[in-house]
Design a protein around this ligand. Structure first.
Ligand code: PEP
Ligand code: MG
Length: 769
């Protein structure tokens, strides 16, 4: 059998049908209405290469020195030539085409996707590139199946398997062929409320194909449903001007006007809502966690096209029917049990600071003065400390919330807590002396308050404002919206935002979380281990985002951060570390260390991570850039082939970006945390002057505008990766000035996408008026 139908797949078929095939089979088996289709099995791939007599030559061709990037590229090309140049044996061809003729009416448009079978690998996606081809008909089907097979031999896949010691001829690949649904109506459904986790289903619906809703090109109807009772709680009918349909000839998606009588008509009937509720309940039960489902309706039948977990709901926040729900733990005095709530604690504000990571949480205060006290932080406790450091991250992950005495909105505590999705208040002055260890407190990461106690009674509870759900759809924008990542562990969460790439991946955490300075780390473990630390961290993010670009910034930690680490005693004493030995200055002063970072990049490129970009921090002028460029060349990283650029963090950099462009940079990215501190002479970590830390100061906006203009003249892309990129006024200024991309914090990506969209639309309207 060349193929297996989705409804015939059983759990023990994994090796034949690969991960994707098995999961579609599982969903079909669970009674979920996935569009029909079949899998061209892994055995078929084997039979094909053997019948064509190319198997030996193929495995020989890919047996190369993977550190030789030319050899690797040749291996990929030869493998693809062999597979794409070989004919199907008649029997296989007929079986696949016969199966295709049974999908839909025999001339259906299908999606063709590779499905890796090497489940023994830590990440199966390494085993084969994840190829997807849409709107395929009989004519191209066999060619696409061959392309999926060839994707088993991309440079990345060859590199990875060789590194891991897996034999190329042990790995197989299956191909999923599935009917594409020509939807009359479609949309998205959150099986639980995406912000509160309440048992309220939210359904968005529009006419035609789902792309219109997912891309944000149409305002969909919005329905709120009580998942338990099925009661339709709220219906908002939108004016739906356009819809996407499939061109019956080409299968291509095109936008057309919605006919007049449908524009303001309700898309979903009560019966259809009931059918969707049933689908949503089955999906959520199946995965045991709330899901974000893409669905479609054709001829009255509901289909599930995609389902992913909702990442915006705090753990433990699932399933209460009431949006203003009281957390089940409230009122209990179980130590260590804390949880995010919509309430606020009693009125006694014990401490105030800057609300730096949103959310409300209650728990036991854990005063941490020394690193060895971190062990006392249990799941759900609230860390109270002077200032967090990278080695506190594991404890920060356990915590329900974080309070620091020091620090501003761009401090380590603020950045990491936002990435972890943990509420935080920073710059709280004397929290470590005012709060008592073990005391139960409630922290509000929006208002910046810490109150005594864990709860308030229902009467005291203020009416909870409608919690604004994360906007569920990603609008299409001309300005790219990317995401900032500081800790590689946040990669998955960051990628789930739908961002167009990573605008800033800070390398510091990869090094500082080892708790050793780079010098000490190398002394103890050697250069190779140091390079591997960097590769591992970057690879995790580059893989998660591939092929979306990931801009990795070379090491930029001030001496006071290094001092806290093992080996820190050798750091120079500095009166003002922020103005001292950090960023590119340190890299150029210690090229013997910097070259390890460059070597890590070189290896990542030869592994096929061509989405990685190099960004240099704290440069002042073209001289800095030229020195880095020649070190890149020395390290075997070709600056004419790879994308690299600088951060604009000093007024000097802003004013000399023209010369830097001539030195060959591809992009310049505003680091407004530093650009603000250096332009206004306001220490970004000093709470005494925090009220003067104004990223929207006219001087900064002017520096930014000038830089964007100069970059445009030199064809250099511009971006922002400082925290200010998450602020609506800054977004408006940047879009109006013509920035190429904006990189925001994970929790702000959706809002920034919408702000960019609104600003771009306004620009278009203004230009035609
Ligand atoms: C910045 O300065 O804006 C920036 C993004 O870099 P960091 O916060 O790491 O200094
Ligand atoms: Mg900076």
């Amino acid at each position: 059998m060349a193929v297996l139908w989705l409804d015939d797949i059983r759990a023990d078929d994994l090796e034949s049908v690969g991960g994707k095939g098995a999961s579609l089979g599982e969903l079909t088996g669970a009674g979920l209405p996935v569009p029909p289709g079949f899998v061209v099995t892994a055995e078929t791939y084997r039979e094909f290469i053997e019948a064509a007599g190319i198997d030996e030559e193929l495995f020989e061709a890919v047996d190369v020195d993977v550190d030789d990037s030319e050899a690797l590229a040749e291996a990929e090309a030869r493998a693809s030539e062999l597979i794409l140049g070989s004919e199907f044996p008649d029997e296989l061809r007929e079986e696949i085409l016969e199966a295709y003729s049974e999908v839909g009416d025999g001339d259906a448009f299908v999606a063709v996707r590779s499905s890796a079978t090497a489940e023994d690998l830590p990440d199966a996606s390494f085993a084969g590139q994840q190829e997807t081809f849409l709107n395929i008909t009989e004519e191209d089907l066999l060619e696409r199946v061959r392309e999926c097979w060839a994707s088993l031999f991309t440079q990345r896949a060859i590199y990875y398997r060789t590194q891991q010691g897996f034999a190329h001829d042990d790995v197989n690949i299956a191909v999923v062929v599935q009917q594409m649904v020509d939807a009359e109506k479609s949309g998205v459904m959150f099986t639980s409320h995406p912000s509160t986790g309440a048992a309220t289903m939210i359904i968005e619906a529009a006419w035609g194909l789902g792309e219109a809703v997912v891309s944000g090109s149409v305002s969909p109807d919005n329905y709120h449903l009580d998942r338990e009772s099925g009661e339709v709680e709220e219906v908002t009918v939108a004016d739906k001007k356009v819809k996407m349909i499939k061109d019956p000839e080409t299968g291509k998606t095109t936008e057309v006007d919605v006919q007049d009588d449908q524009r303001e008509a309700r898309v979903l009937s009560d019966d259809e809502l009931a059918a969707l509720r049933e689908l949503g309940t089955t999906v959520e039960d199946h995965y045991e966690t709330p899901q974000d489902v893409e669905w479609a309706i054709v001829d009255g039948d509901v289909y599930m096209l995609q389902s992913r977990p909702i990442t915006t709901i705090a753990e433990g926040d699932v399933g209460e029917a009431d949006e203003t729900r009281v957390d089940p733990d409230i009122g209990s005095d179980t130590p260590g049990e804390a949880s995010a709530t919509d309430g606020g604690g009693s009125d006694d504000v014990l401490v105030r600071g800057l609300g730096s990571s949103p959310g409300i949480a209650s728990g036991r205060a854990r005063i941490v003065k020394k690193l060895d006290q971190l062990d006392k932080v249990e799941e759900g406790d609230i860390i109270v400390t002077e200032m967090t450091t990278p080695d506190m991250v594991p404890a920060m992950r356990r915590a329900a919330a974080i309070v620091t005495d020091e620090g501003g909105m761009t401090s380590h505590a603020a950045i990491v807590s936002r990435e972890l999705g943990v509420p935080a208040v920073v710059g709280a002055g004397d929290a470590t002396t005012t709060l008592e260890d073990g005391q139960t407190i409630t922290l509000d990461g929006d208002k910046g308050t810490i109150r005594e106690g864990e709860t308030q009674t229902d009467e005291e509870r203020e009416p909870v404002e409608e919690v604004r759900p994360q906007a569920p759809v990603k609008p299409m924008t001309a300005t790219e919206v990317k995401v900032n990542v500081s800790i590689p562990e946040a990669a998955e969460r960051a990628a789930a935002t739908g961002a167009d790439g990573v605008g800033l991946l800070r390398m510091e955490h990869m090094i500082l979380s080892t708790n050793k300075t780079p010098e000490r780390y190398i002394e103890d473990h050697g250069e190779e281990a140091y390079i591997d630390e960097i590769i591992d961290g970057v690879q995790r993010v580059a893989e998660e985002f591939y092929p979306r670009p990931v801009r990795v910034r070379t090491l930029d930690a001030p001496t006071d951060e290094f001092r806290q680490l093992d080996g820190g005693e050798d750091e120079p004493e500095e009166h003002n570390p922020m103005l001292g030995y950090r960023g590119v200055r340190r890299s150029l002063d210690r090229p013997e260390l910097f070259k390890h970072e460059l070597e890590a990049f070189r290896r990542l490129f030869s592994m096929g991570y061509d989405n990685v970009e190099i960004m240099i921090p704290l440069v002042n002028d073209a001289e800095d850039v030229l020195q880095v460029r020649s070190l890149m060349e020395e390290a075997g990283v070709d600056p004419t082939k790879r994308r690299w650029g600088v951060m604009v963090e000093t007024p000097a950099a802003a004013l000399s970006v023209g010369e830097m462009a001539e030195a060959g940079i591809d992009f310049a990215s505003f680091g407004t945390n530093d650009l603000t501190q250096y332009t206004l002479a306001v220490d970004r970590n000093n709470e005494n002057v925090a009220d003067r830390f104004d990223e929207l100061h006219p001087a900064i906006l002017e520096l930014i505008s000038q830089t964007i203009e100069t970059c445009r003249e030199h064809d250099v892309a511009t971006s922002i990766c400082g925290q200010a990129g998450s602020k609506p006024q800054m977004v408006q200024h940047l879009v109006n000035t013509g920035i190429s991309s904006i990189s925001a914090n994970i929790d702000a990506v959706r809002d920034v996408q919408h702000e960019v969209k609104r600003t771009e639309q306004k620009l278009i309207l203004d230009s035609v008026r």
